[in-house]
Design a protein around this ligand. Sequence first.
Ligand SMILES: [Fe+2]
Ligand SMILES: [Fe+2]
Length: 199
Amino acid sequence: MATKELKGTQTEKNICIAYLDECQSYARYNYYAQAADKEQYFPVGVIFRETANNEMHHAKVFLKMLQNTEVTTPVNVDAGFLGTTTDNLKIAMKEEKDSGYEFYMQAAATAIDEGFPEIASHFKAIAAVEKTHYDRFAKFLDMINNGTLWKREKPVTWKCLVCGYTEVGTEPPTTCPGCDHPYQHYVCVEDGYAPAQVF
Ligand SMILES: [Fe+2]
Ligand SMILES: [Fe+2]
């Protein structure tokens, strides 16, 4: 990375803001995952944890750009609040949009203007990830609100997040035949949101 040339640029400040926002998101999404688990929205807990892990890796990308620099910039703590899972999903969507893909696309344009095409391409790529985060949170919020998280009109494949047991039906089994956990541990495979391995 062009560390030396970065000094004093807006891009340097944007990278700092991005790093701090990603760290905040990492912490916040872990808290939201705990709240989802308490409400027995286990698939949402898994999604928050996976997203938190993405944000931690985004933070590392930005931190590496900042090696050997020291920047002072105002920080927006943007604490939001710790609410119910539906509240938390709404806050998370706002975060993914405002300080996520919208800010990163602006930061990419600034990086291009200031002569940092490599940094711009990272901002753009991470903006695309944040958009998928937004879409996934929106999808789960919809499913909670319209009662389809564990109930579908047509048969789908339900997968137990605990033991991996799968079963086809309009609803998951009330109790998992494999591990005896209740249905709230099931996720619909066809949604494409079954958790990825966490590194
Ligand atoms: Fe994100
Ligand atoms: Fe199970």
